[in-house]
Design a protein around this ligand. Structure first.
Ligand SMILES: *[C@@H]1O[C@H](CO)[C@@H](O)[C@H](O)[C@H]1NC(C)=O
Ligand SMILES: *[C@@H]1O[C@H](CO)[C@@H](O)[C@H](O)[C@H]1NC(C)=O
Ligand SMILES: [Zn+2]
Length: 469
């Protein structure tokens, strides 16, 4: 019998569970003669294809949850702007974004800077109905310009999921889920759900007949406060569980368990609104981790690219998915980037849309009503054919090259130019503020109840995003 504390947003849940052997039993039902790599991957604490852990990269994933907006993006940039991979590319992260209280232009900018946007439902609903999951993708595609093919992940709000959640993800052809917790006794590398879930067995999910061939699970590796079997297990926001010095020690200890063991991906999973005064503690830890050989900061999508075709750490820098080439467009178009390098993203081309829940910006034309699960892409205020219509990104142009004002694709050939960002010197100072401005009220889900998104706030935030390049 052991006690597990799982922190989900601001809520700390005390769980009582007898874990002895049950997760191992689930993992063993996966028959490696039937589950054949790379289409099917059994839950395993070992790296894929029998690779020696000492030769594989130590992946490090940083994820953020909830709204992408003027108060939260500077927190992310303060945590990321100082860190680089061994190939010189800047640290990238995955954001599980909800649309409620998000600014669609900031979602676009986060993505355009090379980061990942994943699905966290529109309104932050646990065990969500299909419309919450699908609507999130549709609204972000329409008002942030991100192609559906680039939004491949999902995390359940409150980490509250059921069998139906996995059924929806499979039906909607989502590539991966990352909602389950891995603890030291079930610390699996990413696996496919051909044989169901093998983590969080205490809640009954492992006994559910989930058969989702090819749908990946990227477990969230919890932080423990000791190596004892009675250790407290912290799923998200470890900084809330102790002083900086104490938590910083836990992080190093947990990282070392991965690094000196089977090199399972290591993760830090944060709600920006809860980071508070812990920016320095995390930066010190990231810097310490990055100083060890073969440590790579990756998005979940990059991690899965590696899982599907694993290479030794010595070959990782040569993989296309680890490079950081930014399109060199040269004209200030509304594409989430500072195309003219004038220090402002999408200056004078963003539009602000005013709604009761707060204003937000977009490159793709304000809708008449706020996007909802029932109507995620409402009619635009300015209809097609009218002057000042913003033309959506067409299928034959990438968002980065599309000028929605002129309705023109600035990349018409295969020889469009790119800038290799790994060659650009990192900036040492941050113009982004390190904590949310104002004093946003939070509800107990860790949500901001009002958006601070004004155009000037967006401009200040955009300067911080430009630093992530
Ligand atoms: C999970 O979400 C469902 C549906 O929103 C809700 O009814 C249930 O109470 C939630 N469970 C927990 C433990 O929060
Ligand atoms: C390369 O770009 C130039 C200038 O935009 C264009 O004239 C040329 O046709 C392109 N070449 C190919 C092979 O697309
Ligand atoms: Zn959330």
């Amino acid at each position: 019998m052991r006690f597990i504390t799982i922190s989900v947003a601001a809520a700390t849940v005390l769980l009582l569970s007898g874990l002895s052997g049950s997760d191992a039993a689930i993992a063993s039902t996966c028959d490696t003669t039937k589950c054949v790599f790379p289409a099917c991957v059994c839950p395993s604490e070992k790296p894929p294809k029998g690779m020696d852990p000492k030769t594989v990269p130590q992946f490090f994933t940083l994820t953020f949850d909830d709204a992408i907006q003027a108060a939260t993006v500077p927190v992310a940039s303060a945590l990321m702007s100082q860190h680089r991979n061994p190939n010189g590319c800047p640290m990238k992260a995955t954001w599980f974004a909800q649309t409620l209280y998000s600014d669609y232009a900031l979602i676009q900018q986060w993505y355009a800077a090379g980061n990942e946007v994943a699905d966290h439902t529109m309104n932050h609903i646990g065990t969500p109905p299909v419309e919450e999951i699908v609507g999130n993708r549709k609204a972000i595609n329409a008002f942030s310009g991100i192609p559906f093919a680039k939004m491949t992940g999902f995390r359940a709000p409150f980490l509250n999921y059921s069998k139906s959640t996995f059924d929806i993800l499979a039906q909607e052809k989502i590539q991966y889920d990352s909602s389950v917790n891995a603890i030291p006794t079930d610390a699996y590398w990413p696996y496919t759900l051909d044989n169901g879930v093998a983590n969080d067995c205490w809640n009954g999910i492992c006994a559910q007949p989930i058969v989702s061939p090819g749908l990946w699970e990227i477990p969230m590796h919890a932080i423990t406060n000791s190596d004892q079997p009675t250790a407290k297990v912290i799923s998200m926001d470890p900084q809330l569980e102790g002083t900086g010095e104490v938590v910083g020690g836990w992080l190093k200890n947990n990282f070392n368990r991965h690094y000196n063991g089977n090199r399972q991906p290591f993760g830090i999973y944060l709600h920006p609104v809860h980071v508070g005064q812990s920016v320095q503690m995390f930066n010190d830890f990231f810097k310490w981790a990055a100083a060890q050989p073969d440590v790579w900061f990756v998005t979940n999508q990059q991690l899965l690219e590696w899982m599907k075709n694993p290479v030794p750490a010595s070959q990782l820098a040569a993989q296309d998915y680890m490079k950081c080439n930014i399109p060199a467009v040269g004209k200030e178009i509304c594409n989430g980037m500072d195309d003219t390098k004038a220090g402002a993203i999408d200056s004078k081309v963003l539009e602000t849309c005013n709604f009761a829940s707060g204003p937000w910006s977009t490159c793709y034309g304000c809708p008449k009503t706020i996007p909802t699960p029932a109507d995620p892409v409402p009619e635009r205020v300015v209809a097609a054919g009218q002057a000042s219509y913003r033309t959506p990104v067409p299928a034959n142009c990438a968002m980065e090259w599309w000028d929605p004002v002129a309705a023109q694709c600035l990349c018409t050939s295969s020889n469009c130019t790119f800038t290799d960002v790994s060659q650009i010197k990192p900036t040492t100072t941050s113009t982004g503020t390190t904590s949310p401005t104002g004093n946003p009220n939070k509800n107990n889900a860790g949500q901001l109840t009002g958006s601070l998104a004004t155009l000037s706030a967006i401009a200040a935030v955009a300067a911080g995003i430009a630093q992530l390049l």
